[in-house]
Design a protein. Structure first.
Length: 556
């Protein structure tokens, strides 16, 4: 370590790591201290910035956010300096890949990876141009040890002494295999299922974003095609290579599709669900109860928005929050009919669009006002039991409502059901048991209990982010000395931090050398699995800037 410089290690150079790097570079240049700082950047992958969005992913795997609503650049809308202007994802694609693109398009994850890598390479050139010393270590970090003088970052081959280290860890790779079957823990593994041989039927556990990737690999990835008939309805043309796909989940229903949006720059401004309203409640209590204090404000906002967009009609809030309850579970036939009816409703309202469907308008504004949720929840803002209820009961609802796939994925699911490629007759929370080298799905309806046998099981569920159960060598070594986020022995997410992003030690004191950002500190911060969004105050960008300023201001 060069004692004349502040040496900063960033552990993990995915989107969070490169965003923090940009903020550090920009603040360093503005403060004219480029000769007093040095960066050591750690990532086991060669294409920095991409995170899990590898450029080798299938083109049919798409991002669930409009291209024009993704940015890595710190623009004037952040209302803080220094700014660093640049292209959002859509603009980059138009300038570097193809002019045949619209602001409202959903682009591939492979292209998002290329955009993120482009952003990193830009930061690398800025460091060179401004004489900033840096070292890139393409190795996995296995341990971090802190003492009074420095903090040591260790790979299998070498140790690096630095002044500060920041954890910018992404999703932990899940290497678990279930009974020698494939376990899909993240989108990096989906390509492997294309090559399943001698498999006539596949059960897919989960009906979330990862499941749509799995379905795509088993259909489009095997040369199947989608087309539209004379009425504009999507239908599927099988290649003959597809297995029968049995979909199932706890609720028996997929995430809601993202509606068409002809004004992606619009951001809803809440009238009732505001930071000021949360502050008013907090004036009487330090910690909140989500269902008692926060949820009523959110419901009032949704009801107001729906009534405003629908010329006075009332929102059925119970159906809105619990649309799976409308499924008919009398029999398999009636269940399938009710699920298809729900898909048709979702497709119809998605086609109407965010602004012409009051229902979809309300679904989408939950994304726009998520920062108010963060304000209420972050840094142990809820009482412990309420925080547990929020994560286990309410967060899954918000995911189903507003974090779904592009609407085309719902259309494709309907087309695959019609083509008898996807079977949803066992979707309603079946029991799953192994019988020899097969799996048995057993589902109960009011009037019947049914079973079916499948050849292969794919668990298409993103693993819960829970560092307490992690077997990763770095996390295991760190949790001996640092506190995990914990509410009365309910562990969720990563390490506990204070508002300056300092990781909390076992003795309760914040570290002055180890910091965390993004998924590494999920729990202390709510819903960190996002990227920057232009034309608004983006929490993703703001957190990077706040941490950069903290690191520099505490030193210079």
């Amino acid at each position: 370590m060069n004692n004349s410089r502040l040496v900063i290690a960033i552990v993990g150079m995915g989107p969070r790591g490169i965003s923090l790097l940009e903020r550090l570079i920009s603040n360093t240049i503005e403060s004219k201290i480029t000769d007093k700082i040095e960066f050591v950047l750690f990532d086991k992958n060669k294409d920095l910035g991409m995170g899990c969005h590898y450029h080798t992913l299938s083109k049919n795997l798409i991002v669930n956010t409009l291209a024009s609503q993704i940015t890595m650049y710190y623009g004037k809308e952040m209302q803080n300096t220094p700014t660093f202007e640049g292209m959002n994802f859509y603009e980059w694609y138009r300038n570097n890949v193809s002019n045949d693109v619209k602001e409202t398009d959903y682009l591939s994850r492979a292209d998002l990876g290329r955009y993120l890598n482009y952003f990193f390479l830009e930061q690398e050139q800025r460091m060179k141009d401004n004489g900033i010393t840096f070292n890139i270590v393409y190795k996995e970090v296995k341990g971090i040890e802190e003492n009074s003088e420095f903090i040591e970052v260790k790979t299998d081959e070498k140790s690096y002494r630095v002044s500060k280290a920041i954890l910018c860890l992404g999703h932990q790779e899940n290497k678990e295999l279930r009974d020698n079957k494939t376990y899909i823990g993240d989108i990096l593994h989906t390509a492997s299922i294309r090559n399943l041989s001698d498999v006539e039927s596949v059960a897919v556990q989960g009906m979330g974003l990862t499941s749509f990737d799995v379905i795509s690999e088993l259909t489009e990835g095997r040369d199947g095609k989608f087309d539209r008939d004379e009425n504009g309805e999507l239908y599927y043309i099988p290649s003959g290579k597809e297995p029968m796909i049995y979909l199932y989940s706890r609720t028996g229903i997929p995430l809601s599709g993202r509606a068409s949006n002809n004004d992606p720059e619009y951001i809803y401004k809440p009238k009732f669900f505001t930071i000021a309203a949360i502050d008013h409640i907090r004036s009487d209590k330090k910690q909140l109860d989500f269902e008692e204090d926060v949820l009523p404000l959110l419901i009032k906002e949704l009801e107001y928005a729906y009534e405003t967009r629908s010329n006075g009609k009332k929102l059925d809030i119970d159906s809105f929050l619990n649309f799976e309850n409308k499924l008919n579970k009398s029999s398999q036939e009636e269940f399938v009919e009710s699920l298809i009816s729900h898909l048709e409703f979702d497709i119809e309202h998605s086609a109407l669009g965010r602004y012409d469907s009051p229902y979809k308008f309300c679904q989408d504004i939950i994304r726009d006002i998520r920062d108010v949720l963060r304000y209420a929840v972050d840094f142990k803002g809820l009482i412990p039991q309420s925080h547990k209820d929020f994560i286990t009961k309410w967060q899954p609802k918000f995911v189903r409502i507003c974090i779904g796939p592009p609407a085309i994925r719902i259309e494709q699911m309907k087309a695959l059901i019609d083509a008898k490629i996807c079977n949803v007759g066992f979707a309603n929370n079946p029991t799953v048991t192994q019988k020899g080298d097969k799996y048995i799905l057993k589902v109960s309806y009011d009037s019947e209990i049914l079973e079916t046998e499948v050849d292969f099981l794919i668990s298409a569920i993103m693993p819960t982010l829970d560092f307490e159960k992690s077997t990763d060598s770095l996390i295991c070594s760190l949790k001996e000395d640092y506190e995990l986020f914990n509410r009365d022995n309910f562990f969720i997410g990563g390490f506990d931090i204070n508002r300056d992003f300092q990781v909390i030690k076992k003795n309760g004191n914040p570290s002055d050398k180890l910091y965390g950002l993004g998924l590494a500190v999920e729990g202390s911060k709510y819903f960190t699995l996002v990227l920057g969004r232009p034309n608004m105050h983006s929490t993703f960008l703001y957190d990077s800037d706040k941490l950069a300023k903290t690191l520099l201001n505490n030193t210079f």
